[in-house]
Design a protein around this ligand. Sequence first.
Ligand SMILES: C[S@@+](CC[C@H](N)C(=O)[O-])C[C@H]1O[C@@H](n2cnc3c(N)ncnc32)[C@H](O)[C@@H]1O
Length: 333
Amino acid sequence: MGQEHGNGPGYSDAPHVPVLLAEVLAALQPLEGARIVDGTFGAGGYSRALLDAGASVIGIDRDPNVAPFVTALAADFPGPFSFVAGRFSELDTLVDEPADGVVLDIGVSSMQLDEAERGFSFMREGPLDMRMSGSGTSAADLVNELDETELANLLFSFGEERKSRRIAAAVARVRAEKPITTTLELAQLIEKTIGRKPGDAHPATRSFQALRIAVNGEFDQLVEGLFAAERLLPEGGRLAVVTFHSLEDRIVKRFFAPEKGGPAQSRHLPQQVAEDLRWKPVAKPVKAGDAETARNPRARSATLRMGVRTAAPAREVKTAGLGMPSFKTRGVA
Ligand SMILES: C[S@@+](CC[C@H](N)C(=O)[O-])C[C@H]1O[C@@H](n2cnc3c(N)ncnc32)[C@H](O)[C@@H]1O
């Protein structure tokens, strides 16, 4: 996501503003009693709206800090709302009952960005962390331990940062003296190295995106989450996915429409392809309108895609053909 945004100093009274909420509801059609899995619970914005519409909701999030929002929703909807801590890549095993819909709102929440000590923001001084779950490899580990070429490849492939080699070289020079441990230390080094043009996004935007994606395995999570939803949903089940940059949107697009370059279908068997489609061809992708982007700048880069499950059996997880960036094999600018 290329846009920093602020919702105020403490997130408890100014939580995440849900993006494309009306469009997500229209995509999921939460009829009274429908069971919807919200795989990216966050502040529970989608969940609350789905519950208000009469659906029951199973929330999933990997971030333990969503607990206060879970407690609030559980108090308001003690029956129809439940929550499981975990990753949406495993949603079909986390949810042990049938479901009518799944929603994924991919990316970082306002709460994660706003909490300086989580290390997601290049505008707030904090440890270079970025771990949504609070465990595993941190951004500081990657910045200080990847070799210079690997780091450049990561910034290029996951952040589309064209000046990746210059940034990686500067990082290598600085960390030879002393590890880089804070957000502003890295952000300022990037700004000093590649400069800043007035009116452009902060020069660290792409590098921070790349590190966050790598730390949280976000591309793998997205692909596995899509296939997990395919396994969970019966015929007629609806999947709505909101992404915030083109690399993720490409994965979702190709997942839904494999005949246009997605995973493993023989191009010599068009009839077979039509019979095997796991998702019915659906409406065009949806972007936020001017009113929403004026209210919530975060919505500017959002794209919603949705699909309706057919009766065809779920595919095995395959990344080939989805356009998954890989920082180990890509060239460097
Ligand atoms: C953009 S926010 C969702 C906001 C939510 N739709 C709302 O209205 O409040 C994304 C959330 O997904 C969570 N998340 C990201 N990747 C995840 C994963 N692989 N599994 C589970 N949760 C994940 C993040 O921790 C974050 O809370």
